[in-house]
Ligand binder design. Structure first.
Ligand code: SF4
Ligand code: SF4
Length: 509
């Protein structure tokens, strides 16, 4: 930590000078045998890793047509090259999205195209050597799968999907990443990313009830495992104990209380996050999602609402329907998916985001706010990448941008937008997404935060902004860590429902 410093802000955000090799060897820790084996992966690099990796690549190319198109379609126009926050912050040319793709494309050409088999040097094809494999591990773990580069690609090439494929191949040969695989193991064993057991969770919730009673005089409940509740809240486990996350959890509870909504958490399924997506592994993604279905069926809830977590909302919005039967498109041959379809109340969006829930209640005039209680803040909003580029809200295009902002304007007086080249679908990742939120990657995280910090600094200087709201647990954790390195107070970051919690008037309606 001591030797990690923030890069200097750029006076004009131009393409940075190249520093070849700057981030070589700066990748994450490799997972141990125990961690890998708990997920059913080989414990360590298998002897015939080369052949297994190429076979797996062939399997993915045949299964995912998009991957093959991405391998073939790039014309090296360079439009994506300066769009990645990790390239901007590290200046390592291998962190350019096109170069990141080429790490795999060069191997694809060698083994899956005729020119690459016949004239490898002429077409930039490379054998998959151990050196190349190490390069994959290093640089595919310096991509947060944020998809910003794909917004600028004329062919829509999605580097995140290439990164996911590379990580899937690495896991198949026993070369997984410690952080993501360890977290997935905790979800399978305990039910959440933090490894927080049920008794500790129940204690925390009871403590929160006392805290809110002391602060407001009102009995706001934080119910858990309540059969027959209307709403099952699935939220990131960071909401249960870390600051500023917990302030948003208090906000959700106050909204449910004020609207008379019966709700519950689940001790068995106490995690919205799904790192199965980060490692590109469908089986892990599905197994994690099925815990939520099981909880919903056991508790008999009518609605599933997802808390403030960016990638969790992408998984819920985009994949839960086919993974677990929540939403349209549930597998007609999956008995449990069909049971859930019958159980859920289809007058509501399934699943709903907590912001959709709160905004609906605001529009129905079922919530009362004293906006002046947020007057100490001048607020901006950071669009989290998975929400911005992998989901929607409100049932219309762009709802994922409007609804959180609508809520902020409903609960606070002072709202300022950041530079439009860095918001909405062009937003920059916080620098900690995609399985990178680990201290062994702190250097790349700090450097990757540069573009967002530059623009935050701009609104801080010009408009005295002192609070950056967001709706993602990873963004909150990442910014809490890197804000002080850039000279900001760590409390500048917080959740949208933290602002809701500050302003909501309980016992008024
Ligand atoms: S981190 Fe985001 S912008 Fe950079 S290569 Fe990956 S998907 Fe593209
Ligand atoms: S913008 Fe698309 S086509 Fe152009 S270099 Fe990047 S990935 Fe290739």
């Amino acid at each position: 930590m001591a030797d990690i410093a923030a890069p200097a802000y750029r006076s004009i955000p131009i393409i940075p000078a190249l520093l070849p090799g700057a981030m070589e060897g700066k990748g994450p820790f490799v997972a141990s045998d125990k961690i890998n084996e708990a997920l059913g992966f080989p414990g360590h690099l298998v002897d015939d890793w080369h052949d297994v990796a190429i076979a797996k690549m062939g399997d993915l190319l045949s299964k995912y047509r998009s991957l093959k198109v991405y391998m073939d379609a790039c014309v090296h126009c360079g439009a994506c090259s300066d769009k990645c926050h990790y390239f901007i912050g590290t200046q390592d040319p291998k962190n350019m999205p096109v170069a990141r793709q080429d790490l795999m494309r060069s191997v694809y050409r060698r083994y899956f195209t005729l020119p690459g088999k016949l004239f490898p040097k002429l077409v930039g094809a490379r054998d998959l050597t151990k050196e190349v494999l190490d390069e994959w591990f290093n640089y595919y773990h310096q991509c947060s799968e944020c998809r910003r580069c794909s917004v600028f690609c004329p062919y829509g090439i999605d580097t995140a999907e290439v990164t996911m494929a590379a990580r899937e191949i690495l896991d198949t040969i026993g070369y997984g990443q410690k952080y993501s695989n360890e977290i997935i193991g905790k979800v399978h064993k305990i039910g959440n990313n933090l490894g927080l057991p049920a008794p500790a969770l129940i204690d925390t919730l009871e403590g929160l009830e006392e805290d809110v009673k002391d602060a407001t005089g009102i009995d706001v409940r934080f119910p858990i495992d309540v059969k027959g509740a209307e709403v099952l809240l699935i939220t990131p486990s960071a909401d249960f104990f870390a600051e500023p996350h917990i302030d948003s959890l208090i906000g959700y509870a106050k909204v449910f209380h004020a609207t008379g909504t019966s709700w519950t958490l689940s001790s068995m399924s106490s995690e919205a996050g799904n790192f199965g997506m980060f490692i590109g592994n469908y089986d892990q993604l599905r197994t994690i999602a099925l815990r939520i279905r099981q909880a919903a069926l056991e508790l008999g809830v009518k609605r599933i609402v997802v808390g403030e977590c960016g990638h969790a909302w992408r998984v819920a919005y985009s994949f839960w329907n086919t993974l677990s039967g929540v939403g349209d498109g549930a597998d007609p041959n999956d008995r449990f998916a069909q049971m859930l379809q019958k159980q859920l109340d289809h007058r509501y969006r399934q699943p709903s985001h907590i912001c959709e829930f709160t905004w609906d209640m605001i529009q129905d005039e079922r919530l009362v706010f004293d906006k002046s209680l947020n007057d100490k803040y001048r607020i901006t909003f950071h669009d989290s990448c998975n929400v911005a580029r992998g989901s929607s809200m409100g049932g219309y295009p762009g709802g994922q941008f409007d609804i959180p902002r609508n809520i902020i304007r409903a609960v606070a007086n002072n709202f300022v937008e950041m530079d439009s080249s860095t918001t909405h679908e062009r937003t920059f990742c916080c620098g900690g997404g995609g399985g990178l939120l680990t201290d062994d990657l702190l250097d790349v995280r700090v450097k990757g935060a540069l573009p967002r910090m530059e623009v935050l600094q701009q609104v801080a200087d010009e408009h005295s902004v002192n609070f950056m709201a967001c709706i993602c647990a990873i963004c909150k954790a990442q910014f809490t860590k890197v804000l002080p390195i850039y000279g900001f107070d760590r409390k500048v970051i917080g959740g949208v429902h933290q602002l809701v919690s500050n302003a909501i008037q309980l016992g008024v309606k």
